[in-house]
Design a protein around this ligand. Structure first.
Ligand code: ZN
Length: 390
């Protein structure tokens, strides 16, 4: 499976200016090539190369590889626009947005990502440096840094092209790694149910609760600060609001990585699969007062689900998705469903059998239980197909 690793470059001021000039040149060249592609209706690499290659090399001082990548990047951008036009992302033909997207050439931002192949970029993992092509010649010994775990993946599994990007004045290389998956566990010993929610972002059927009040309080503070900044219409306030939004997104992502890692590790250790609720409808299901709704909407549950899915795939842990309807009202002991089973946000108390548990755990038990059924039915249907074929 493919995995993307992002490392931060630590260039010296001199290296920074060389990288900046390079990215600018590559994107200017690509924007120019996009104009040619538009006029000449040449949107395939081979064709566009005929029209642009020599001039790109001469005018912007791009090396042979960089010029080819700039041309390919331009063609890829047109392919994306074409696909988006076709699938209606710009509205119907004749719509304003549709006309705008199809009626003028693609333009690249001065700092748009530029692909690098192995001839333009080499990695020295021991020294934690890269040697990278720029318009000012080859830069050697550009330091990089990243999380130890990610660097190990990078050193062992990097394959193909990497992208050079500049985000918020910082430089990154985004590398693709090809990782072997563990053999999938086809006989899980039950399922670990995960209930996603507002008070607890994730509660498992093993009784583990991830990240409750403390994070929500911090997020609430951030939200207040952001809306205050947004009300101020000055440029600096907007810039600060943007900075805080980025910071929060990074922190949320980090939390999602940690939660997903623990959940997958626990399932793997105990030889079980993971049962997740299907995410469509998590917003509709949560009937809440307004202040809580904003918190819910801003938590990236889809990202958490995606992290669990890929980490599980890597570890060979099966993941099933269950319909989450009434999981919060169903008794995990006697299966009785009633709204009155849930006297408060945190408490589950069965009206029939008297079973009492933390509401999120009760729900996660139900999800685990349904996960087992989904698995058995799925496994049975494949067995049935096999007998039918035989
Ligand atoms: Zn009950």
């Amino acid at each position: 499976m493919k995995l993307v690793v992002r490392v931060k470059l630590l260039p010296t001021p001199l290296q920074t200016s060389a990288l900046g000039a390079t990215l600018h040149a590559c994107n200017q060249a690509a924007t120019w090539a996009a104009g040619v592609a538009f006029e000449e209706n040449a949107r395939r690499p081979l064709e566009l190369r005929k029209h642009t290659y020599a001039e790109i090399r001469e005018r912007w001082g791009l090396g042979a590889q960089a010029a080819q990548h700039a041309i390919k990047k331009t063609c890829d951008a047109y392919t994306t626009v074409k696909a988006n036009l076709r699938n209606g992302r710009y509205g119907r033909p004749g719509a304003k947005r549709h006309a705008r997207a199809s009626g003028k050439p693609v333009v690249f931002r001065p700092q748009a990502a530029q692909p690098y192949d192995d001839r333009m970029l080499s990695w020295q993992h021991q020294a934690r440096t890269v040697s990278i092509w720029t318009t000012a010649g080859r830069l050697k010994g550009v330091a990089f840094t990243g999380q130890a775990e990610q660097l190990a993946v990078l050193a062992g599994h990097r394959q193909g092209e990497s992208d050079l990007v500049c985000q918020g004045g910082k430089w990154f290389l985004i590398a693709t790694c090809e990782i072997a998956e563990a053999a999938p566990n086809s006989h899980p010993a039950g399922f670990l149910g995960v209930d996603l929610g507002i008070v607890n972002i994730a509660a498992t059927s093993d009784g583990e609760r991830h990240c409750g009040r403390r994070i929500n309080r911090k997020r609430e503070q951030d939200r207040k600060l952001r809306s205050k900044l947004q009300k101020k219409q000055t440029k600096s306030a907007r810039r600060r609001a943007k900075k805080y939004a980025g910071k929060e997104a990074r922190r949320n992502k980090d939390i999602n990585h940690k939660i997903s890692k623990r959940i997958v590790a626990e399932a793997e250790r105990t030889g079980r699969g993971i049962a997740l609720e299907t995410l469509t409808g998590i917003r509709e299901r949560a009937r809440l007062r307004k202040p809580q709704r904003t918190t819910l909407h801003s938590w990236p549950f889809a990202q958490l689900g995606a992290f669990i899915a890929y980490k599980a795939k890597r570890a060979g842990v099966p993941v099933v998705y269950v319909d989450p309807a009434y999981t919060s009202q169903e008794c995990s002991q006697c299966r009785h469903i009633e709204r009155g089973n849930r006297p408060s946000q945190a408490v589950f108390s069965c009206r029939v059998c008297g079973f009492v548990e933390h509401a999120d755990h009760n729900a996660s038990h139900n999800i685990a239980h349904r996960g087992w059924y989904v698995w058995v039915c799925g496994a049975q249907s494949t067995a049935l197909e096999l007998t039918l074929i035989a």
